[in-house]
Design a protein around this ligand. Structure first.
Ligand code: FES
Length: 192
């Protein structure tokens, strides 16, 4: 059984950006935030480490009790804070420590994913997987694939406008124009 979009990890097209979003500096490395369930994926990633399997170092793991605990706002916040890609990974179906947390999560993400494009986040930067505590090798494969995919997409620049568009009152109008009274743009955001 798969996450709704698990099979699409390398194939989903973006509605909001192209792969050549920017001219990527040679030294650029993608920042990946991985929300992982304590009972399965976190332990699987730990197993990969203790088994000395080689894995990309770009992922920052955030351990949560269950994928059902992940609020969609965590994902938005990760992108808003500059993540180039986000991975959500937990127990396989019927293995959830809390019985149905992963099913709730899967249903939630099916709906949420469609909303990402609406808020200006390329939904192809969000990945899902199931990795059990004994699947250290699978963890390495998953995170390697995610890093490769995000690297191909380049840096996620749109995060600089998320705050401005959804601040209250919004600083950017529906037509993409600066609203009167909006705070000064920083030098960085001016180039976003
Ligand atoms: Fe792992 Fe629920 S405890 S997904």
């Amino acid at each position: 059984m798969r996450w709704p979009c698990e099979q699409d990890m390398n194939t989903i097209g973006s509605h909001n950006e192209t792969h050549a979003e920017t001219t990527t500096p040679a030294s650029w490395e993608p920042k990946i935030i991985a929300f992982v369930c304590n009972w399965c994926t976190y332990t699987g990633a730990d197993l990969a480490g203790t088994s000395r399997l080689k894995q990309p170092p770009q992922a920052r793991l955030i351990r949560v009790p269950c994928t059902g605990r992940i609020d969609p706002l965590f994902i938005i916040k990760a992108f808003e804070s500059g993540a180039d890609g986000v991975l959500v990974s937990g127990c396989h179906p019927f293995d959830c420590h809390y019985n149905t947390g992963n099913f709730h999560a899967r249903r939630r993400w099916t709906l949420f994913r469609a909303l990402l494009d609406f808020v200006g986040i390329d939904s192809a930067r969000l990945h899902f997987s199931w990795v059990s505590a004994s699947e250290g090798k699978k963890w390495v494969d998953v995170i390697t694939k995610v890093v490769r995919d995000v690297r191909a997409r380049g840096p996620f620049q749109a995060y600089r406008t998320i705050n401005r568009r959804f601040a209250f009152p919004p600083y950017i109008t529906d037509h993409g124009e600066e609203r009167e009274g909006a705070p000064e743009k920083t030098k960085e955001s001016a180039h976003a």
